[in-house]
Design a protein around this ligand. Structure first.
Ligand code: SF4
Length: 105
């Protein structure tokens, strides 16, 4: 399971750059670069109170990933030691990306 650092602090599941969801889905079936991936589990936080009911943040997380061209992807599961999700100002999942994506040769 990767160690996850997520910058998308506008997501309901984000607490202090960690994720409270328990598992996440990364999209980008045809991705050949980082920007073509995204966190499909992103849900925009519309109020501060939404934050409290989303569970406990964890540093390690189960990551299902559709980006089959990434070197870390094995059978749609991420095997990287650590992943970084970008999207500081993201309001939609398309504005997030997996910065750890490395295209296999
Ligand atoms: S590192 Fe690769 S396999 Fe892991 S989540 Fe990012 S794109 Fe998917």
């Amino acid at each position: 399971m990767p160690y996850l650092v997520c910058s998308a602090q506008g997501c309901v599941y984000n607490e202090g750059m960690c994720c409270c969801k328990g598992d996440i889905q990364i999209g980008g079936e045809h991705a050949v670069c980082k920007d073509e991936t995204c966190c499909d589990s992103f849900i925009e936080r519309r109020s501060e109170s939404a934050k409290n009911s989303m569970g406990t943040p964890s540093q390690k997380i189960e990551v299902d990933c559709k980006a089959g061209c990434c070197v870390y992807n094995k059978d749609c599961v991420c095997h990287a030691d650590r992943i970084d999700i970008s999207g500081v100002n993201a309001c939609t999942c398309q504005q997030t990306a997996c910065q750890t994506f490395v295209k296999e040769n």
